[in-house]
Design a protein around this ligand. Structure first.
Ligand SMILES: [Zn+2]
Length: 444
């Protein structure tokens, strides 16, 4: 039995059923789970004094393309709309191999962890030069972060009227075979699981209708989740109407892509009927506010979605379209964008933090994560409110309105992966060096 005690937190934001906020409280962690929350708790093992700190559930990232950390701020893609941006980057990504996938995933996941993220999904939809999904799973397992990788795919290349070059697309039968392989090898459905695999054709414009339908059938057969990009911007809607004769919501529904085991990234352009569809079917949304700003896609109707009961989580999105991977900044941006559209009372800091924690966990089908309650997984973020950004703050809302934007300590499944602002599990300076040298090679 391993016990860890976090003692004397200034305040614990539990995100439990009644959103309790507990001043001067402790958290007892036992064998990866939260064993108790309250005052005067005792432990057999390690004790951390967290006075002066705010404690929250670990943040949950519901959409990312970790490999893109190797192509941040690429000239030519910096100021382009989505489709033009993709066409600039595809030839660069075509040069990636297993080492690029592993190293970029470590960087992306470490960056997320430092911003308080304990559970991240990833959407890897290209596999050039022998790359495989397990390159990223190995990166997550070394870092010891909870990971939901998805086996993405593209099958319609330029010669078939698609967007990606032919060298980056795969045969659909090979895609389905590899989907089966990675689910069988790496998916762990158990409670407290550190790795759950999902199936994720890249988008309706990069795979066929058949692959969308087959992936949905396979996911249901295997009991895994489905993920893709949907209704990201106006071009996306126009493409759907021109190619499929319907809006993206209808396309998704027709092919089995709605339900509690499905979540879609972006959904910036969902209309009222599509929001109702998502609410009725318990389909989740990965809201990526910084990416939507960066690519000029628009502002997702998150206020309307939440009011309609749609499950919404946050996504950092690929580091080539953000280009930052700090999830706390996403929570802040989500709040700011809803206020731009709907006024200053449209979203509170507490609601944005709820979306970032239990909201994301619910989108990923993880009710065992995203809240601090006895029996839930011990994924805990500790924020030092004695830092310069939050000096003078009157309320925990300062975490989003002021800072800090990086954690002091982070625990995943009860294991400490950030201590005093530093990653404990991997040699991050060495990985940064490796990443930078790979980025240089890609420029050559
Ligand atoms: Zn994306």
């Amino acid at each position: 039995m391993t016990e860890i005690l976090l003692k004397n937190a200034d305040l614990i934001l539990t995100m439990d059923e009644s959103r309790q906020e507990l001043p001067g409280a402790d958290i007892l962690i036992r064998d990866g789970q939260i064993a108790g929350i309250g005052q005067g708790l005792q432990a057999q093992g390690e004790v951390h004094d967290v006075s002066g700190c705010l404690v929250t559930p670990g943040l949950v990232n519901t959409h990312h393309h970790l490999y893109q950390t190797l192509t941040r701020a690429v000239p030519g893609g910096q100021d382009a709309l989505l489709f033009g941006w993709l066409q600039t980057l595809y030839p660069i990504w075509a040069k990636f191999g297993p080492d690029e996938m592993f190293t970029s995933a470590q960087i992306g996941l470490a960056e997320l962890a430092l911003s308080g993220c304990t559970l991240s999904s990833d959407h890897l939809y290209l596999y050039p030069n022998g790359s495989r999904l397990e390159d990223t799973i190995a990166a997550a397992s070394e870092l010891e972060i909870r990971f939901h990788p998805t086996r993405g795919a593209m099958s319609i290349g330029e010669s078939d009227g698609g967007l990606p070059p032919d060298s980056l697309v795969e045969e659909e039968t090979a895609i389905l075979d590899d989907m089966i392989r990675v689910v069988d090898a790496f998916h762990d459905p158990s409670e407290g699981s550190m790795c759950r695999v999902g199936l994720a054709p890249c988008s309706p414009f990069s795979v066929s209708r058949d692959l969308m339908r087959d992936a949905a059938l396979l996911a249901r057969d295997k009991g895994v989740m489905l993920h893709t990009h949907l209704a990201e911007n106006d071009e996306d809607i126009a493409y759907s109407q021109a190619q499929f004769g319907c809006r993206p919501g209808q396309y998704a529904e027709d092919l089995g892509w709605t339900g509690p085991d499905v979540w879609h990234a972006h959904c910036v352009k969902l209309d009222g009927a599509e929001i109702d569809l998502f609410s009725r079917t318990k389909t989740g949304v990965a809201h990526c506010p910084c990416s939507n700003c960066r690519l000029g896609s628009g502002i997702a109707p998150v206020r309307t979605m939440r009011d309609a009961g749609v499950k919404v989580g946050l996504g950092a999105d690929g580091s080539a379209s953000n280009d930052n991977g700090n999830l706390m900044l996403e929570a802040r941006q989500a709040l700011l964008l809803q206020r731009v559209v709907n006024g200053a009372d449209a979203m509170s800091a507490r609601e944005a933090l709820e979306i970032a924690t239990r909201g994301g966990a619910d989108v990923l089908g993880r009710p065992d994560c995203g809240r601090l309650m006895p029996g839930k997984r011990a994924d805990v973020a500790v924020w030092d409110m004695r830092c310069v950004e939050s000096a003078g703050s009157w309320d925990p809302a300062a975490l989003l309105l002021a800072g800090p934007m990086q954690v002091k300590h982070l625990f995943v499944e009860g294991r400490q992966i950030v201590r005093d602002g530093h990653i404990t599990t991997i040699d991050l300076p060495r990985v940064i060096e490796r990443q930078n040298s790979l980025a240089k090679e890609l420029q050559a």
